[in-house]
Each structure stands twice: as structure tokens, then as C-alpha cells.
Design a protein around this ligand. Structure first.
Ligand SMILES: Nc1ncnc2c1ncn2[C@@H]1O[C@H](COP(=O)(O)OP(=O)(O)O)[C@@H](O)[C@H]1O
Ligand SMILES: [Mg+2]
Length: 432
């Protein structure tokens, strides 16, 4: 709950950029950000080994864009954000904010000269100050060096900014009297009052309860958009990333695994890692048997079943290769199958859908949906039903999905172990 020294220096914004466009606190020209060829390593552990935490990171952020850095814990998100803030200095690469280079081979601009608003997971508010004093801090701090802003203007700006974050009328309270969500709003108000045009947020909602987190997602994006701010938002939460972002940059082991608009990246994951990170998906080991242009026929391991999968024509995928089938839980339908094998009874799926036959092993009621597990050979298929699944544990069922809704990933994309090298040529000839 306290400012670290480095965090507080972010508030000391150069005075000239803080002059408000006349009559409005709301219009900020969002700053562009460019990151090119960024590397960062840390010396870790007892044997002082140097570990690359960021490797060749390049991306641009447009003015007013809401960009999210998404990835598992340890993937380098915070380090990247801290490099942009100036709290870490990169080993190599260039960072530009607006038209100024803030980090390159010759130059390193310290955080207090980068003109950035920042919000952290810990609320980072001054516990002994009132709400207003907390929010006014960056302005008053800067006023020590510039007398351009009158105290009347400060009061007016503080009150308007508190209104913006939904804390109108709370100015006189001590921050210790506020809930966690309200304290985070204070931190947000303090980050936006300087009109710096660039907001960096590192898991700002992680300490809030889930209902408040959902509400704040929407509000945070709205505030950032209303103010025309450029925002870079760090989270490990796929739902935050999908719901808030103009664009997502998915990170893995210090690299950018894939970037794109939320629906594009969700709809066309390049790798098994991306597919597994976004949404609920079944990942089933498979082998490519045939390929006909944009259609692949694959055998699912341990099931004796083959399926058809539609893939982009230019996607690299070789016959004989080990692969993983990906099929999202909500893209699967389920029907009772007749014992004895006539599985065409009561089929609701399209004629060309893939069908797998198995037994229901579990059926859980989760409120708005049911989660059904079906054992197909050695594999388990999970699916969601939003109507009563009309089935019971032990029943024989057909699960079906359209070839267009399935994904297939080469195993070299697998996050852990598996075949990281392409298979030797001899094995690509093998056919069942
Ligand atoms: N100051 C530091 N010194 C040493 N190692 C660090 C430091 N900061 C981060 N790391 C390491 O860098 C890796 C990435 O960390 P971080 O950027 O915090 O990941 P994320 O925010 O995605 O969880 C982790 O392995 C972490 O332990
Ligand atoms: Mg982090």
C-alpha cells in the first residue's frame, strides 16, 4: 500500500505537457509507442546464470489504442512494461514514446522524464493522505517546479478526475476508509490526471473480487477511450484481454507468440499454446494421414477415429507428422447414440460434421451450462451444453463438430517437450 521510490518518480511529469487543452480535462492526445528488437536479461540463481527474459520484442502501439500484454506468469510481461516505463533498462533495442527515443544504444531517459501514468496491482496509494491529496500529488509535485497551475485549477482537475473514475464526493475521505476497488480508482485517477497520454497498467484488477473485476474491466477501457489515452495493459487473464483490448500481444518465454485483435487471435490461433491459452479447448494428440489442399484427415491417438479438419491453404502441415487436434468445448454437439451401433439416430449435426462415439463419464451442472465429459477410446472430450444435455453418465453418445471449427497444430508448436523438431523424412511416409 505504499509507493516504492521508483513508482513515485513516475508522477513527476514535465510541466509543459500538463497544460490542459482549453476547457477540457478529457482530451488527451494518446502517445504512440514503438518497441524494436528489445532484449532484456537478468542474472539469476546461485551460479549467476544470465537468463533472457525478453528476446527480440518488436511492436507498435497506435495513438489511443488499448493494447494488452497477455501471457502466463513469468513470460516477461511486467519486465516489458517496466522497460517502457524506464524502471528497467533494456540490454538492446529501441523504445520510442511519441517522437522521442527514450531507450536506445546511446540514450536512456529516466522514468520521471517519460511522462507516463502507471497503475499497479498493489493499490500504491499514500495511506496517510486523503483521496484528493493522493490524486493531486502529481500536479502539486510538478508545481514545485512550475507555478503555472493555480491551486484552484488543481482542485478543479482533481474533482473532475474523481468524477471520471466514479469517486465524485469522496475527495475528503482518507484512503484507508476506501475498499480495494475504490483505492484502485484513486490510483487510476492519479495516473490520468497528469494527461500524459500514455497509461501503463500492470494487473490492476488482480486484487479485486471477481464481480468488481468484471465491472472495472469495462470502466477502465471506457475511461481510457474517453480520454483518448494510449494504454498498455498487462494481465494473465484471458477474459480481461479478450474483453478490453483493441489488440492482444500474447507472450511466451519472453517472446511474442502471436498478436492480433481479440476475435482474430481467438478464431485463428497459430499455435497450440495460443489455442490453449485462450478459451476452453480440447487438445487431442493426432497424426496427419492425408492432406488435400485445405482439408486434412487426421487420426486421433488411442481412439481409432479419423476426423477432417479445414486449415488455411498456406498452413505448413505435412503428412505423417504428429499433430494436435484442437476443438473448443462450445463447438461440440452431443447426441444420444443407439447401443449396438446405429449412430445416425437423432443426429442434429450437419452431414459433413465429424462424429466420435463415446460414453459420458461425467456431467456437471454449472448454473448457466453443463460440462460433459465423454470418453472416446483413450481420450476424453470435454464439452459445454447450454440446454439440458438429455444424457446421463454411462450413456453412449455421439459428439460432433464441424471441420471448420477444429484446429490442427504441428507438434513442434507444443508448449512442453513433444517433438520440437520436424519428424525425420522416413516417418512422414508412414500411413495407417
Ligand atoms: N529484477 C529482476 N531480477 C531478476 N529476475 C527478474 C527480475 N524481474 C523479473 N525477473 C524474472 O524475469 C522473468 C519474467 O518476469 P516478469 O516480467 O515479472 O513476468 P510476468 O510479468 O509475465 O509474470 C521471471 O522469470 C522473473 O523471475
Ligand atoms: Mg507481472
Amino acid at each position: 500500500m505504499i509507493w516504492s521510490r521508483s513508482e513515485s518518480t513516475l508522477d513527476a511529469t514535465p510541466a509543459k505537457t500538463r497544460e490542459a487543452p482549453r476547457g477540457s480535462v478529457e482530451s488527451h492526445p494518446g502517445k504512440t509507442v514503438e518497441v524494436a528488437g528489445l532484449y532484456k536479461s537478468f542474472v539469476l540463481g546461485r551460479n549467476r546464470e544470465r537468463v533472457d527474459v525478453l528476446r527480440d520484442i518488436s511492436f507498435d502501439v497506435g495513438s489511443g489504442e488499448f493494447l494488452t500484454l497477455l501471457g502466463p506468469s513469468g513470460s516477461g510481461k511486467s519486465t516489458l512494461l517496466r522497460c517502457i516505463a524506464g524502471l528497467e533498462s533494456p540490454d538492446d533495442g529501441v523504445i520510442r514514446i511519441g517522437d522521442e527515443s527514450v531507450a536506445d544504444k546511446r540514450r536512456f531517459v529516466p522514468p520521471n522524464r517519460r511522462d507516463i501514468g502507471m497503475v499497479f496491482q498493489s493499490y500504491a496509494v499514500w495511506p496517510h493522505m486523503t483521496v484528493s491529496q493522493n490524486v493531486a500529488y502529481p500536479l502539486l509535485n510538478a508545481r514545485a517546479r512550475s507555478t503555472r497551475r493555480s491551486s484552484m485549477n488543481v482542485d478543479r482537475d482533481v474533482n473532475r478526475t474523481l468524477e471520471t473514475v466514479g469517486l465524485g464526493g469522496y475527495g475528503g475521505r482518507g484512503v484507508h476508509e476506501l475498499s480495494g476497488g475504490q483505492q484502485q480508482r484513486v490510483a487510476l485517477a492519479r495516473a490520468i490526471i497528469s494527461r500524459s497520454g500514455l497509461l501503463l497498467l500492470d494487473e490492476p484488477l488482480s486484487n479485486l473480487d471477481s464481480k468488481l473485476r468484471r465491472e472495472m474491466r469495462h470502466e477502465l477501457r471506457q475511461i481510457s477511450k474517453e480520454h483518448g489515452l494510449t494504454s498498455i495493459y498487462v494481465t494473465h487473464d484471458q477474459f480481461e484481454a479478450l474483453s478490453m483490448s483493441d489488440r492482444i500481444l500474447l507472450m511466451r518465454d519472453g517472446r511474442i507468440e502471436q498478436q492480433g485483435e481479440p476475435e482474430a487471435i481467438y478464431g485463428s490461433p497459430d499455435t497450440e499454446f495460443v489455442a490453449g491459452f485462450l478459451g476452453n479447448i480440447n487438445l487431442i494428440p493426432a497424426r496427419v494421414l492425408e492432406r488435400h489442399g485445405s482439408v486434412v484427415i487426421a487420426e486421433l491417438s488411442g481412439t481409432g477415429e479419423t476426423v477432417r479438419v479445414a486449415i488455411p491453404r498456406n498452413k505448413e502441415l505435412n503428412v505423417g507428422e504428429k499433430a494436435t487436434l484442437g476443438i473448443r468445448t462450445h463447438d461440440i454437439t452431443i447426441q444420444e447414440a443407439a447401443e449396438g451401433g446405429d449412430s445416425s439416430i437423432r443426429d442434429e449435426g450437419a452431414p459433413h460434421d465429424n462424429r466420435l462415439t463415446g460414453r459420458v463419464t461425467s456431467l456437471q451442472f454449472l448454473g448457466e451450462r453443463w460440462e460433459v465429459h465423454v470418453q472416446v477410446g483413450d481420450q476424453e472430450v470435454r464439452l459445454f451444453r447450454y440446454r439440458n444435455p438429455d444424457s446421463s453418465e454411462g450413456h453412449l453418445v455421439n459428439v460432433a463438430f464441424a471441420p471448420e471449427r477444429a484446429f490442427i497444430f504441428q507438434d513442434r508448436d507444443a508448449p512442453h517437450g513433444a517433438a520440437t523438431e520436424p519428424l525425420p523424412p522416413s516417418s512422414t511416409e508412414k500411413r495407417q
